[in-house]
Ligand binder design. Structure first.
Ligand code: SAM
Length: 348
C-alpha cells in the first residue's frame, strides 16, 4: 500500500484538530470496521438465511479502508478492530492488516485486532501475529457439533477449533465470545466456560440484541445474563474485577477455574455512559451508536478529494451527533428490531 497515504499535508491539520470527543465528553478511542458484509456462516440471531449482500463495487477498496482507519488513528483512535461479516473472507484482507500495522510501529495505535468466526483462522493465524495482532475474539456459541451447525446454519465446529488452536500456537491470545441463547446454549454455558478456561482463553457472554430481521422471534432467543450469572453462582465463585479490554465487557474471576468471564449486557445493563466506540461499515458509513439509525456517509468525502480535510470534517460532524445511548427492548409487544440493519452490516 502506498506510503503517501500517511504523508498528505492534511495529516498535520488532522493532528491539530485533536482527539474526537462527543458532546457528552466521551472520547472516541475505539473504531470497529466491518470490512465486508459477507459471511460464510448464517447465525440464526445475526442473519436471515437468504441475505442480499452489497454489490462488490459499493465496497470501499482496501486502500480506502486504510485511509479511513488512518484518519481515525490520527484523531486519537487507539484501538482498531476489523470485523464483518466475516473479516477473513474478504479477499486480500491481510494486506490491510499489514498496512495498518505501521500505526502500531509508530505507537499511535495501541491495538489492532479482529473478531472472527474462526473458520479461516488456521491459514491466517501466523500472518495476523506477524502483523502485530496480539489478541483476537473468536465467536463460538456451542461446543456441540450438531448444535453448532444448527446455530450457524453452515458452520463446521472442527474447523473453528482448529483455527483457535492455530491462533494459540501462533502466540495470539484468544477470547471466546458466545451469545447466550435461550434453550439453545443456556445449559451449556458452565461447561463452555470450563473448556475455555481449561484452554487458557477468556470467555465473554453476550446478550442477543434486536438488530435486523432474522426470521425468528427475538423474544425466543433472548436470555438475560443476570439469570445466567445467578445460575453460575450456584456452582462457581465469581468475583468482580477491574480488568478491561477497552470494550463493553465487565469481568469476573472464577475461583474454581482460575479464568476470566466477561458479561456484555446491552439489554440488562446499558453501558452507554462509558461508550468510547464508533463503527464504520464496508461502504464507509459511520454509525455513532450500534442501536440507533443515525449515520454519516464517509465514502463521499473520502472519494471527493485526495486530501483528508473533507473526511475529517465529516468525522467531526458525526462525532458531534453521537447519541447518548441506545434503548433496546425485547418483549412480546415489540416486534420490530431496534434498528433495521443486521449486526453483520454494522460490524460486531
Ligand atoms: N463473523 C465474525 C464473528 O462471527 O465473530 C464477526 C462479525 S459478527 C457480526 C460479531 C459478533 O456479533 C459475533 O460474536 C456474533 O455472535 C455477534 N452478534 C451477531 N448478531 C448479534 C445480535 N443480534 N446480538 C448480539 N450479538 C450478535
Amino acid at each position: 500500500m502506498p506510503r503517501d497515504l500517511i504523508d498528505r499535508p492534511s495529516v498535520a491539520a488532522a493532528a491539530e484538530a485533536g482527539p474526537l470527543v462527543d458532546t457528552f465528553g466521551r472520547a472516541v478511542t475505539y473504531l470497529r470496521v466491518s470490512v465486508t458484509d459477507r459471511c460464510d456462516f448464517r447465525c440464526v440471531y445475526c442473519m436471515a438465511e437468504h441475505m442480499t449482500f452489497l454489490p462488490k463495487q459499493d465496497l470501499l477498496s482496501l486502500e480506502e479502508l486504510d485511509r479511513l482507519c488512518s484518519a481515525f488513528v490520527l484523531r486519537g483512535v487507539r484501538k482498531l478492530r476489523l470485523t464483518g461479516g466475516e473479516p477473513l473472507v474478504r479477499r486480500d484482507v491481510m494486506t490491510l492488516f499489514r498496512s495498518l500495522s505501521r500505526h502500531m510501529e509508530t505507537g499511535q495505535l495501541e491495538e489492532l485486532t479482529l473478531t472472527t468466526n474462526g473458520s479461516q483462522l488456521a491459514r491466517h493465524a501466523a500472518d495476523l501475529a506477524a502483523c502485530g495482532v496480539k489478541r483476537i475474539n473468536v465467536s463460538i456459541d456451542t461446543l456441540d457439533v450438531a448444535k453448532f451447525r444448527a446455530i450457524t446454519r453452515w458452520g463446521e465446529l472442527s474447523k473453528v477449533l482448529e483455527g483457535v488452536k492455530a491462533a494459540s500456537a501462533a502466540g495470539l491470545k484468544v477470547k471466546i465470545n458466545a451469545v447466550a441463547l435461550k434453550d439453545v446454549n443456556e445449559h451449556e454455558i458452565a461447561s463452555m466456560m470450563e473448556w475455555a478456561h481449561g484452554e487458557g482463553h477468556d470467555l465473554s457472554l453476550i446478550e442477543v440484541m434486536p438488530l435486523g430481521e432474522v426470521g425468528e422471534e427475538r423474544v425466543d432467543q433472548y436470555l438475560p445474563l443476570s439469570d445466567v450469572r445467578a445460575r453460575l453462582e450456584e456452582r462457581f465463585t465469581l468475583t468482580d474485577i477491574d480488568y478491561r479490554t477497552g470494550g463493553p465487557a465487565r469481568y469476573v474471576e472464577v475461583k474454581e477455574t482460575g479464568g476470566r468471564l466477561g458479561f456484555i449486557t446491552p439489554m440488562t445493563h446499558n453501558f452507554c455512559e462509558g461508550c468510547n466506540r464508533v463503527r464504520v461499515t464496508c461502504t464507509g458509513t459511520l454509525y455513532m451508536c450500534l442501536g440507533q439509525e443515525d449515520a454519516a456517509d464517509l465514502r463521499a468525502p473520502l472519494r471527493a478529494s485526495k486530501d483528508d480535510a473533507l473526511l475529517q470534517r465529516a468525522i467531526d460532524d458525526a462525532i458531534f451527533r453521537k447519541p447518548k445511548g441506545h434503548d433496546f427492548v425485547i418483549d412480546r409487544r415489540t416486534r420490530q428490531p431496534a434498528v433495521s440493519r443486521h449486526m453483520s452490516t454494522t460490524g460486531g
